[in-house]
Design a protein around this ligand. Structure first.
Ligand code: ADP
Ligand code: MG
Length: 338
């Protein structure tokens, strides 16, 4: 067994993500991998080499030439298109080597709503998140089939760059991973710098992002202090601010509170509620009360023994918790297993 450390695979995954981010500025331009055109269930799709989190495309190929002013005073150039975006998966499957771990996931995650992914450990929730923003392909030997549509556009289509997808679909991990020696301010701006997004007013963006992450009041006088000096809960909100600064269309959160105390957890839940108007939030949580509190919709993942993870049921959170169709959903939300 691979030793993933005390927090499981998430820790190494977050470290890899940051390493890829940091490498982005230096890596040579990458060639887009042609689509492998998977036949469903014909087996894993060859992903060629894992695609590095490479440098941004030349200015001409990046986003629209005209920046879209979305907040008064802060204009980003070269970032994601404005606003929240819907995510939909069609028959999404994922493999690690020959091991099929996720089968035929069909989910719609609409804008303006928080979707919670629930289910026991090992049923593929994190893998599903990584499929959405093309981080799955960073895992050596990983492959996939099916479609992931971001506002109707397949993120795996030929010509779609992984880095652009990851800018549009930001991610926050279980363990807070700010750049510890970097100042709070530079942490917030680090995603922009690495993707070479230009900002008309960085100070306003720092304030706006920290406010959205409900951290501004606590750090407004400490913007020059190292990010590593903040408490765990503050570091997690700093990571949320960093993810928000590039103004993504979707924010993925993989158990963002599981390393935090109850007060910090509460703060993050309040933050998520406010973010719903800004980005489409998709959160994995093992905490059923949390899923109930923060989400509008839920998807219940389950993997039977020696079988891949599948979505057993999905729908409005109220229905999933109060009157689910499947007996297994009821058993899980009532805490009878998992
Ligand atoms: P969850 O997030 O629901 O706990 P994961 O998506 O982490 O589940 O894992 C789903 C399955 O994929 C598990 O069987 C797990 O062991 C396997 N898995 C996850 N990451 C890797 C990896 N990097 N290499 C090989 N297998 C993996
Ligand atoms: Mg997980």
């Amino acid at each position: 067994m691979t030793d993933f450390g005390p927090l499981g695979p998430v820790e190494t995954e977050a470290a890899r993500y940051i390493a890829e981010l940091a490498r982005g500025e230096l890596a040579p331009p990458i060639e887009e991998v042609p689509p492998a055109g998977p036949a469903r269930h014909a087996g894993p799709t060859a992903l060629a080499e894992p695609v590095p989190f490479g440098p941004p495309e030349p200015a001409t190929a990046v986003a629209p030439a005209l920046p879209a002013p979305r907040r008064p005073g802060v204009v980003l150039t070269g970032g994601p298109p404005p606003g929240a975006a819907a995510v939909e998966t069609r028959d999404a499957c994922a493999w690690f080597g020959d091991h099929l771990v996720l089968e035929d996931v069909n989910l719609t995650m609409p804008t303006g709503q928080v979707t919670a992914l629930i289910g026991p450990s090992g049923c593929g929730k994190s893998t599903f998140l990584r499929l959405l923003n093309r981080m799955h392909e960073l895992v050596p030997g990983a492959s996939l089939a099916g479609e992931v549509l971001l506002d109707g556009e397949d993120v795996y289509r030929y010509g779609m760059r992984a880095q652009q997808v990851r800018l549009r679909i930001g991610m926050v991990f279980q363990k807070p991973n700010p750049f510890p020696a970097m100042t709070v301010r530079d942490n917030v701006l680090s995603g922009l710098k690495l993707a070479r997004i230009r900002c008309s007013d960085p100070n306003a963006l720092v304030e706006q992002s920290l406010q959205r992450a409900s951290l501004w009041r606590e750090v407004r006088d400490r913007l020059g202090d190292p990010g590593g000096g903040l408490s765990g809960g503050q570091q997690q909100r700093l990571c949320i601010a960093r993810a928000l600064a590039v103004q993504p269309n979707v924010l993925l959160m993989d158990e963002p509170c599981s390393a935090l105390d109850p007060t910090s957890t509460r703060r993050i839940e309040e933050t998520i509620a406010e973010l719903r108007d800004v980005v489409t939030v998709i959160i994995v949580t093992h905490n059923m009360q949390q899923a109930h509190r923060v989400s509008d919709r839920c998807a219940f993942f389950l993997a039977a023994e020696n079988e891949p993870g599948r979505v057993i049921e999905w729908g409005s959170t109220t229905k999933m918790f109060e009157d689910p169709d499947d007996e297994r959903t009821l058993a899980y939300v009532e805490g009878r297993f998992g």
